[in-house]
Design a protein around this ligand. Structure first.
Ligand code: OSB
Ligand code: MG
Length: 385
């Protein structure tokens, strides 16, 4: 595979409605897109970093710097032969996984087109459709929350996830459970509780939740393992899981019984597949998380979700829940049974609407392979073994 050039751009898109979690409220997204051009083919990648470094250490701005100054030049110099060789080409940079994922995923996107194979199949997927849930942000009132849940259930979604935080939890679960005693219901605390809240978290057991996502610190395994012993409800880890090794540690420490896989959080398709495989070996079910993506990230999430161990409904839902008009065609649609069909055509299966992307672009930069010969690095970095 010969990469000729890479385009990095930032687009701005308002969400159709604000999304509020324990760490903040998002109304407008600033999203980085990466285009990798190789022998007449364009692959796209989306960076899932948020506007602020509150979900992880990365933000839209840090990801731009890392991509422009380090990662894109490194990839262009590396002369990679396949998408699987991207992680090594970038491993002299520590962390910055969302920035790395944007670039690596664009290379997988190229490869699926060059191989004339559906991206899902290239990744090793086995499904022809995926089951979908929704993540519902914190609402101004319980009444409004019930209205949103009603709308999503009527649309066919198979699992409802409620964002929660201290002082905004059991009253929500109680209201939703009373009205819908048998739905698949879960919650996501985004690391907002502490071990001293153990007794309170035990009271969640009464609501028969499918799982409690990331109740404690974003970087913790040990205290989650202590908490898991105290709960009947399964803990699902999101923020804590950065790679295969973390997944294995969490499983061996019994910090969780479910894992949420996010492409950006683990650094791209290669590592996501490795996390998937180790969870499958250990019999721990996974599902695909979401980061308020445009259709590009969404298409990649759909392809990833076709792997065998993506057993539980994910947070990958319809474009229209986020955007008045998505940047792909067709938009992602969910059937009345709460399912998304996996495209059976070569590539990602959703065309990028370049006109719309151009209109939304606020800055862009093109990097050519041939212009990199005379870089000016101050330190010669070595790839880590
Ligand atoms: O923790 O899963 C999360 C959105 C932004 C940051 C973190 C999370 C989320 C979501 C939204 O839950 C999932 C989605 O609908 O894309
Ligand atoms: Mg989460």
């Amino acid at each position: 595979m010969k990469i000729d050039s890479v385009v990095l751009r930032e687009i701005r898109m308002p969400l159709v409605r604000p999304f509020e979690t324990s760490f903040g409220r998002t109304t407008d997204r600033r999203i980085l897109l990466v285009e990798v051009q190789s022998e007449g083919i364009t692959g796209w990648g989306e960076c899932t970093a948020g506007e602020h470094a509150s979900f992880s250490e990365e933000s839209t701005d840090t990801a731009w710097l890392m991509l422009a100054n380090e990662l894109i030049p490194a990839l262009l110099r590396a002369e990679i032969s396949s998408p699987g060789s991207c992680p090594r080409a970038m491993n002299h940079v520590r962390g910055n996984r969302m920035a790395k994922a944007a670039l690596e995923n664009a290379v997988w996107d190229v490869e699926s087109q060059q191989a004339e194979m559906p991206l899902a199949e290239l990744l090793g997927g086995i499904r022809d459709k995926i089951v979908c849930g929704v993540s519902i942000g914190i609402q101004p009132s319980v009444g409004q929350l019930l209205d949103v849940v009603e709308t999503e259930l009527a649309a066919g979604y198979q699992r409802i996830k409620l964002k929660c935080k201290p002082d905004c939890d059991v009253e929500l679960f109680e209201a939703v459970r009373n009205r819908w005693p048998n739905i698949l219901l879960s919650c996501d605390a985004n690391a907002s509780y502490r071990l001293k809240d153990q007794e309170h978290l035990r009271s969640f057991d009464a609501f028969r939740l499918l799982m409690i996502e990331q109740p404690l610190w974003h970087d913790d395994f040990y205290f989650h393992s202590l908490l898991q012993r105290q709960l009947e409800t399964s803990i699902c880890l999101d923020e804590s899981i950065r790679n295969r090794r973390d997944a294995l540690a969490a499983i061996e420490m019994e910090s969780c019984r479910v894992i949420n896989i996010k492409l950006g959080r683990v650094g791209g398709f290669s590592e996501a597949i490795r996390v998937h495989n180790v969870t499958a070996e250990r019999g721990v079910p996974v599902w695909c998380g979401g980061m308020l993506e445009t259709g590009i990230g969404r298409a990649h999430n759909i392809a990833l979700s076709s792997l065998e161990n993506f057993i539980l409904p994910g947070d990958v839902s319809a474009s229209s829940r986020y955007w008045t008009e998505d940047i792909i065609e067709p938009a992602v649609e969910v059937s009345s049974k709460g399912e998304i069909k996996i495209p059976q055509v070569p590539g990602r299966g959703f065309e990028v609407k370049l006109d719309r992307v151009e209109k939304l672009t606020v800055r862009s930069e093109r990097f050519h392979a041939r212009n990199l010969a005379h870089g000016h690095p101050t330190t010669q970095l070595k790839a880590r073994a």
